[in-house]
Design a protein around this ligand. Structure first.
Ligand SMILES: Nc1nc2c(c(=O)[nH]1)N[C@@H](CNc1ccc(C(=O)N[C@@H](CCC(=O)N[C@@H](CCC(=O)N[C@@H](CCC(=O)O)C(=O)O)C(=O)O)C(=O)O)cc1)CN2
Ligand code: MET
Ligand SMILES: [Zn+2]
Length: 758
């Protein structure tokens, strides 16, 4: 059986691409040097897959920032405001990704959104009425030739026309349907060019097909591919889907003249039912996604063999595939020196997943596969996993009752009490929690982790940072202060490190957006809190000021969703364990005099099923209660904040209100503040701080710009419900930008208030 990989991680085993790109941003590396390190990485990754023996290796899965942005540029979807900057192509590309502020002008970045149900974020293409979609770029072709020169005939990968049109934002009157003719021609040109270059296969990624599709969506898909495939020539086309099943379009997909169909059998279990019910055409190859591209546990060969044997009944030609791009898992276990062998034997990162594909292919060749050594060893390891059980926690979860999920008194009563008690100014200002993780902050932690400095030294440095941060916020004139999160490498990894039940890696980085990576902790066993985690730093920060300091925690859903979860217990049981641990931390902060406590649920949306019909039964029915469990024990006058970012909230806005927090801060500025209308329409009860400027871009928002945003918010929402804050945490920014931006924010609020109350 042949093997394939949908896409490979590109950031580099040691994040080489991140560092090179960031150096380029700083002007410390030339474009040529950046392109050179990019080419080295591509070569290394192709070589690795080739040497392992993978048959279908992808190209154009590489990107300097994001594949969707690459596709937009390839297809000439470059909004006027970026063209007018008259930058070089690469700088225009980065301007679209990160905004631009300099001699050539001042333009915001394109919006950034969560990539389906992952922690990867893509750049949202903008299509204007004047946009002429056509093939103008050559990145995919250059990378194909580059691979060819390195001895690999790759299968180039491009985001498909349907997904591209579905993900794009239309800024004028025109909609997706108005671009069909142009985009078909562009894709036909792509196919023709690859044919000339000697490609045998091309892969169109169409993850949008796993969503609920309307009749119009289905018609659009059918029309696009009927026309594209009519003119495809001799190249073979693989329709690749992932992150779910394609129940709404399966029949159409098998009727169209694709040569291969890629289905995800990890997240899309229903795909098997579809094949059993509707059959699978003999003239197509089934690319069976059986190696989990999102989680890091080793494959259960025994189960996979059973699955493949079922598929074989319906489909004579099967290629073993990953379930999605390996972009979402870390690179290799080889750089993990602290994990025990007993732990490592349960894990597979991208490189190890290549080995799994090959081993599976060998196992499937053997009639008596049960005797295969790898098969037997693997089964033994699984059957003997040490689960790290904690019976106390298991009991606590079992004995939870309805009252544990209900805070008292009701929201409106709390709102009244808190208003009296805090007497905050109108439009209170605050930030989301983190302040710049500058080099010195990271270095201090790196030295502590290497054992070069003591815990006392490490803590003293962080306290110094906290003191500076508090002084800065007082000087700027913010109303509710934060300690700055200097002690945290990441909002999830940090809590993982301080809770029992997690294991951590040293280099298991996964790209989250652009050059930014995360190192998700691994949930190994039952989770519990052994001692207070954040109390010391929060209490210290509060001791330095008369203004209130917000305690800062990460919520259970986010900890779960940004970790690699267990697969041997339910996500629901796992999240309740985490919720109980964070609940203890909330109560300790309250006991120590912290009056405002923020519990971030930035990743609430991540595991929301992509299909609406599964939302409640499979997710929201336990995710929302998990958050309520965290804060149901606090006093009426303790103010609970939460924060969410980078995803669509409008369709779950009522559920967000049901989290029953007192205040919520939202990412909003990079998606046009559309959230504000939704809040109004739904009579959202929770007080809200829709982010007034984008923190993922280095550009500094001006006073009038922020003022316009606040004014816009106030046109739609009652003054007493509104807070003013940036989009998200400030950790990725520099000190100078942060101080200037926050000063502008406070000045904007003051001007708005002067005009309101004059
Ligand atoms: N888990 C998670 N997901 C999230 C977010 C988030 O904050 N966390 N935010 C949203 C947007 N995504 C983001 C993802 C990452 C980062 C981010 O800033 N990541 C940092 C890494 C943060 C980190 O873990 N830092 C570590 C390690 C830092 C490091 O690189 N250290 C050097 C050595 C230190 C030195 O001397 O410079 C090394 O290991 O080589 C630390 O501070 O301890 C980065 O890519 O640069 C920001 C936003 C959505 N998803
Ligand atoms: C991705 S949400 C970030 C929330 C966190 N409190 C921070 O400010 O960084
Ligand atoms: Zn955020």
């Amino acid at each position: 059986m042949k093997t394939a990989v949908i896409g490979y991680p590109r950031i580099g085993a040691l994040r080489e691409l991140k560092f090179a790109t960031e150096q380029y941003f700083k002007g410390d590396l030339t474009e040529v040097e950046l392109q050179k390190s990019a080419a080295q990485l591509r070569k290394r990754h192709w070589d690795k897959q080739l040497n392992k023996g993978i048959d279908f290796i992808s190209s154009n899965d590489f990107s300097l920032y994001d594949n969707v942005l690459d596709t937009a540029v390839l297809l000439n979807a470059i909004p006027k405001k970026y063209q007018q900057l008259k930058l070089t192509p690469i700088d225009q590309y980065f301007a679209m990704a990160r905004g631009y502020q300099g001699e050539q002008g001042d333009v915001k970045a394109l919006a950034m959104k969560k990539w389906f149900n992952t922690n990867y974020h893509y750049i949202v293409p903008e299509i204007e009425d004047e946009t002429r979609l056509s093939l103008v770029g050559n990145k995919p072709f250059e990378e194909f030739e580059e691979a060819k020169n390195n001895g690999v005939i790759t299968k180039p990968v491009i985001i498909g026309a349907f997904t591209f049109l579905k993900l794009a934002k239309y800024t004028g009157q025109k909609q997706a349907n108005d671009f069909i003719e142009d985009i078909v021609t562009a894709y036909v040109n792509i196919i023709e060019t690859f044919e000339k270059l000697g490609a045998e296969w091309i892969q169109f990624d169409e993850p949008s097909l796993v969503m609920d599709l309307t009749k119009e969506d289905q018609t659009l898909f059918k029309q696009l591919y009927t026309e594209i495939l009519e003119r495809k020539g001799s190249i073979k086309v693989l329709l690749q889907t992932y992150f779910g099943d394609i129940r709404d379009i399966y029949q159409t997909a098998i009727d169209l003249p694709f040569d291969g169909l890629g289905l995800d059998f990890v997240e899309g279990r229903k795909n098997l039912t579809l094949i059993n019910e509707f059959g699978f055409p003999n003239d197509k190859i089934l690319f069976a996604g059986v190696i989990n591209g999102k989680n890091i546990w080793r494959n259960r060969y025994d189960q996979t063999v059973l699955l493949i044997n079922q598929l074989k009944v319906k489909s004579p030609s099967i290629v073993l595939n990953t379930s999605c791009s390996l972009l979402h898992v870390p690179y290799t276990l080889d750089n993990e020196h602290k994990l025990a062998d007993t732990e490592k034997q349960h894990l597979a990162f991208a490189e190890e997943k290549l080995t799994e594909l090959i081993e599976l292919s060998d196992i499937l060749k053997e009639e008596n596969y049960q005797d295969n050594l790898e098969f037997k060893t693997r089964k033994f390891i699984f059957d003997n996993r040490d689960h790290f059980e904690n019976l106390v926690v298991q009991d606590r979860v079992k004995s939870l009752t309805e009252q544990d999920f209900q805070r008292q008194p009701a929201f409106s009563e709390r709102e009244r009490l808190q208003r009296e008690k805090f007497n905050l100014p109108s439009l209170p200002t605050t930030t989301i929690g983190s302040f710049p993780q500058t080099l010195d902050v990271k270095e201090n932690r790196a030295r502590f982790k290497k054992g070069e400095i003591s815990l006392e030294h490490y803590t003293a440095f962080n306290k110094q940072k906290i003191a500076e941060c508090i002084a800065l916020q007082e000087d700027i004139g913010l109303d509710i202060l934060v300690h700055g999160e200097f002690e945290r490498n990441d909002m999830v990894e940090y809590f993982g490190e301080h809770l029992e039940g997690f294991i951590f890696t040293q280099n298991a980085w996964v790209q989250s957006y652009g050059t930014r990576c995360v190192k998700p902790p691994i949930i190994w066993g039952d989770v519990s809190r052994t001692s207070p985690i954040t109390v010391e730093y929060s209490v210290y920060a509060q001791s330095l000021t008369n203004k209130p300091v917000k305690g800062m925690l990460t919520g259970p859903i986010t900890i779960l969703n940004w970790s690699f979860p267990r697969e041997d217990i339910s996500l629901k049981d796992c999240v309740l364990q985490i919720a109980l641990a964070i609940r203890e931390e909330v109560l300790d902060l309250e006991k120590e005099g912290i009056r405002h406590i923020q519990v971030d649920e930035a990743a609430l949306r991540e595991k929301l099923p992509l299909r609406k019909s599964d939302w409640y039964s499979e997710y929201l029915d336990w995710a929302i209660p998990a958050f309520r469990l965290v804060h149901s024990g606090v006093r009426p006058e303790t103010q609970i904040h939460t924060h969410m970012c980078y995803s669509e909230f409008s369709d779950i806005i009522e559920d967000i209100d049901q989290m029953d927090a007192d205040v919520i801060t939202f990412e909003a500025s990079r998606s046009d503040l559309s959230i504000v209308d939704v809040l109004r329409e739904n009579q959202f009860k929770t007080q809200v701080g829709p982010g007034v400027y984008d923190i993922h871009s280095p550009r500094i928002p001006s006073v009038p710009e922020i003022k316009a945003v606040i004014t816009h918010i106030l046109e739609k929402m009652p003054l007493e419900k509104v807070w003013v804050n940036p989009d998200c945490g400030l950790k990725t920014r520099g000190n100078k930008e942060v101080a200037e931006s926050l000063r502008n924010m406070v000045e904007a609020v003051n001007e708005v208030k002067r005009e309101l109350f004059q």
